[in-house]
Design a protein around this ligand. Structure first.
Ligand SMILES: CC(C)(COP(=O)(O)OP(=O)(O)OC[C@H]1O[C@@H](n2cnc3c(N)ncnc32)[C@H](O)[C@@H]1OP(=O)(O)O)[C@@H](O)C(=O)NCCC(=O)NCCS
Length: 193
C-alpha cells in the first residue's frame, strides 16, 4: 500500500492512556514554526540521531517545503496548538534496505509520561505494516532506557549493542543499541488462515 493510503485515517483525535486528547496528523507545509518550537524544547543530546540541525528554523522551513512522506513520514501529536510529540518513519525506498524502515520518537519534556510516545509508535508501526515493510529498526544511546521500553512495548527486541561506539556533542562516548521488530505483512496474514 502507498503511504498516502496508509495515512488516510489522519487527522484523528485520540486519547492517550493518561486521558490527554491529542490530534495525530502527518507533517504539513505550514507546520515549520510549531515544529521548530517543539525541537527547541529538547536537550541537544536527545536530538543526537537526527541528521539535521533541527534547532535552526531555516532547516525546519526547508523540511516543510520539501515534504516527502514516502521517504520520511513524521506523524505529529498536537495539543492546544502545540506540537507535543513526533514519531517518524524513515524509509530507504530502494537498495538492500528497501524492506526495512526506521522509527524515531520524541516527546516534549513537559508532556512526557502521559502515553504520547506509546500512542505515536503504535500508529507508526501500523503505517509501516500497511506500507508493506517487513522490518523496523530503532537506534538508541545505551542510557535511553525509557525510549527502549517504549519500543519494547511494541514488540521490538534488542538486535545488538556496541560499547562506547557513538559520541555526543561533547565527544563523550556512549553505548549504541539497535532494536528491531519483524513485521508481519498483509500477505503473510492472508496465508495464515
Ligand atoms: C522516550 C520518549 C519518546 C518517551 O515519551 P513518553 O510520551 O514520555 O512515553 P510514554 O508516556 O508513552 O511511555 C510509554 C512507556 O515508556 C515507559 N516509560 C515512560 N516514562 C517512563 C519513566 N519515567 N520511567 C520508566 N519508564 C517509563 C513505560 O513503560 C511507559 O508505559 P506505561 O506508562 O504503560 O508503563 C521521551 O522520553 C523522549 O522524547 N525522550 C527523548 C528522545 C529519545 O530518547 N528518543 C528516542 C530515540 S528513538
Amino acid at each position: 500500500m502507498a503511504i498516502e493510503n496508509a495515512l488516510e485515517r489522519f487527522p484523528r483525535d485520540v486519547k492517550t492512556k493518561a486521558g490527554l486528547t491529542v490530534r495525530l496528523q502527518p507533517l504539513t507545509k505550514t507546520d515549520h514554526a510549531a515544529f521548530h518550537e517543539f525541537f527547541s524544547a529538547m536537550q541537544p543530546k536527545e536530538l543526537m540521531y537526527l541528521k539535521h540541525r533541527v534547532t535552526d528554523p531555516e532547516v525546519l522551513r526547508k523540511w516543510c517545503e520539501n515534504i516527502d512522506l514516502g521517504h520520511n513520514c513524521p506523524l505529529l501529536a498536537w495539543h492546544d496548538g502545540k506540537v507535543v510529540g513526533v514519531c517518524t518513519l524513515h524509509q530507504a525506498l530502494g537498495g538492500w534496505k528497501r524492506h526495512i524502515g526506521r522509527l524515531s520518537a520524541h516527546v516534549r519534556p513537559d508532556f512526557r509520561n502521559q502515553g504520547i510516545a506509546r500512542l505515536l509508535t503504535g500508529e507508526v508501526v501500523e503505517i509501516a505494516r500497511q506500507c508493506g515493510l517487513e522490518r523496523l529498526l530503532a537506534e538508541f544511546l545505551g542510557e535511553q532506557e525509557q525510549a527502549m521500553k517504549v519500543c519494547a512495548l511494541q514488540g521490538f527486541e534488542e538486535l545488538y549493542r556496541l560499547d562506547d561506539f557513538v559520541k555526543d556533542m561533547q565527544a563523550i562516548s556512549h553505548n549504541y543499541v539497535v532494536m528491531g521488530l519483524h513485521l508481519i505483512t498483509d500477505e503473510e496474514y492472508a496465508g495464515m488462515g
